[in-house]
Design a protein around this ligand. Structure first.
Ligand SMILES: Nc1ncnc2c1ncn2[C@@H]1O[C@H](COP(=O)(O)OP(=O)(O)OP(=O)(O)O)[C@@H](O)[C@H]1O
Length: 363
């Protein structure tokens, strides 16, 4: 007997008192099979992370009810959902490109959610106004989507999903449609909104930084299977596949922020674009690091550290240099650049990172 058959058809009464998400999603799509177990407690933010084609979107669509389960189970707050049609599930979805209705104002886009759940028009609009206000969009309620920036449109989409008071919030590549600069700001805002969200949130991303910043727990999916899961720090410490090793190759530090400067426990400082105070994390990817053999001139490079090459390894078509010195870090560069810089273990180098490429957030 499969999990799908373990209760009478159509049964919707609570079967357990368990809160949160309890799922094993088995979905066949042609020759591809997704088989992923996913559990989360209310308040958890889980990131499904994986390379292209791993099955992340398939999992999200199965949770939303847009794809049927071939096998497995799906329970939310103890209620079986796998035979509930998408529109009747207590699930809110923020799609990658937001899918806002172009002819409706921000207010009516958000009111659409509650309206679909049978709330009166006046009440739905009042609730929508409240959500937009919470999202800092009170002045944009009358704007049509084309008049909104990418970050604003994302918040409208989030408000629309949250306005239905879902017990499961699904976010598909929530930051993918944004440019690098907007992304930084929206990521921090989204983190705050997700921290306030009292039910389960599942987001899909292939960006490790998004996953690490936004989620409490990462579930890494490759070829339709979970290859590793755990807290960001656990996964970073003990990667179990090449993909994860590369993925978590983030430079991550802990320090104390004072405005735009973070003083690390080990001594040096990192300039950031975020203005914070108190204990923080600062992260930046190895690809954001630029190396020089001679001290670079020019006032713009505020993040400049004197380092030494400890080791070099091939990472796909890139070289990853492990550096020690003022700030231990990993830097990615092309094979050509590594050759031009004559990098070898023991070589002294200067490493720089632009403040805009770092990301600081409260620890
Ligand atoms: N409509 C479809 N019919 C058959 N197979 C599909 C269909 N859509 C996707 N697939 C297959 O399912 C697998 C998983 O795709 P999915 O979109 O879930 O991956 P993903 O992890 O979300 O990737 P990406 O990051 O590229 O969006 C892929 O191998 C893909 O070829």
């Amino acid at each position: 007997m499969t999990d799908l058959d373990d209760t009478a058809p159509g049964r919707t009464a609570p079967e357990t008192r368990d809160e949160g998400l309890d799922a094993r999603l088995v979905v066949d799509r042609g020759s591809f099979r997704l088989d992923v177990a996913l559990t989360a407690a209310p308040g958890d933010v889980v990131a499904l992370l994986g390379p292209n084609g791993a099955g992340k979107t398939t999992a999200l669509r199965a949770l939303a009810g847009l794809l049927p389960l071939t096998d497995g189970r799906l329970r939310l707050d103890g209620v079986r959902l796998d035979r509930t049609p998408p529109e009747s599930r207590p699930v809110g979805v923020v799609f990658q490109d937001y899918l806002l209705f172009p002819h409706l104002t921000a207010l009516d886009n958000v009111a659409f959610g509650p309206r679909c759940r049978g709330v009166s028009k006046a009440e739905a609009r009042a609730q929508a106004a409240e959500w937009l206000d919470r999202m800092g969009l009170a002045e944009h309620t009358g704007a049509k989507p084309r008049r909104l920036s990418g970050g604003q449109a994302q918040r409208v989409a989030l408000a629309r999903a949250l306005a239905t008071r879902p017990r499961l919030l699904l976010l598909d590549e929530p930051l993918a449609a944004l440019d690098a600069r907007t992304r930084l700001e929206v990521r921090a805002q989204l983190r705050r909104h997700l921290a306030e969200f009292e039910a389960v949130a599942v987001l899909v991303t292939h960006d490790p930084l998004d996953a690490m910043v936004l989620a409490d727990r990462l579930v890494v999916v490759e070829h339709g299977r979970v290859v590793q899961e755990g807290g960001p720090a656990d996964i970073a410490r003990r990667p179990r596949t090449d993909y994860i090793a590369q993925l978590v190759g983030l430079n991550l530090y802990r320090g104390h922020a004072d405005g735009h400067t973070v003083r690390l426990e080990a001594g040096p400082t990192i300039a950031t674009t975020e203005e914070l105070s108190g204990p923080v994390f600062v992260a930046f990817p190895p690809a954001a690091v630029t190396l020089f053999r001679d001290r670079p001139t020019g006032a713009s490079a505020r993040n400049l550290w004197r380092c030494e090459v400890a080791g070099l390894e091939t990472h796909g078509d890139q070289i990853r240099a492990g550096l020690t010195g003022e700030l231990p870090l990993a830097a990615d560069l092309t094979t050509v650049a590594a050759a031009e810089l004559d990098l070898h273990p023991g070589a002294p180098v200067w490493a720089t990172v632009k403040a805009t490429q770092t990301h600081a957030y409260p620890a």
